[in-house]
Design a protein. Sequence first.
Length: 249
Amino acid sequence: MAYSGNFSDGGVGDFHSSRTRLAAGRPDIFPKLVAMQKTINAKNFAVFRVSGAGLPGKRKLSCDMENWGPAQTSCSEALVASYGDRLLSHIDASLLPLVWNARDDSSFTEASDFTAFVVRLAPGPLPFSGIAFPVRLGAVGNGYMVFTTTGGMDLPGQMVLDMHSRSCKLMMDILSLTERRAAPSESLSDREIACLQLAGDGRISEEIAEKLGLSVHTVNAYLGSATIKLDSVNRIQAIAKAIRLGYIN
């Protein structure tokens, strides 16, 4: 298949091998992925989630997070078109990482130390080599952490195991975020969310009251209850947390 797109380099981040807390949001997860990318000398990363679990013929891979930049759609579609079916069937049968070579590239073929720890895919039309770490956490927590390169990756066996472990921890964080994103719709009322959104837009209580047709006292009550429900110490922190968790924008 035809492919067009440019790769973009990621930023710099630090990864702590032992998590002391759950990630507060995607900004916490992104630098950890970048750090893993740099550890194995990859050029880009992507997180794919399996959706449609339990529905025969409806399962698919969706790109949830990546740093392919402007080439995201092309890269994601190219990977899914080339290996999507293989990735979906593999995660049901095995947790060994999958590797593939870019066309006209033999970087993984030449490596031997990690052969026992991976499954090789047949050469495809992709312009990038890669390794995909399968993560199986349940019906809504399955997917792959993918790292790609236009050059080679020198991966000792122990590094493959370490990267796989990190991938599982990060997918758990992503799954936790998904669950927490669903929770506020049950705990925050529409009025609380509306008041938070307007406060986040820079409106003061009097302006929010006029906009929503409420009294200032009622607006402050909504903002106060939302602050408590979001486990925040003040309105500013509540707004920041609501944005981070995806309740308002």
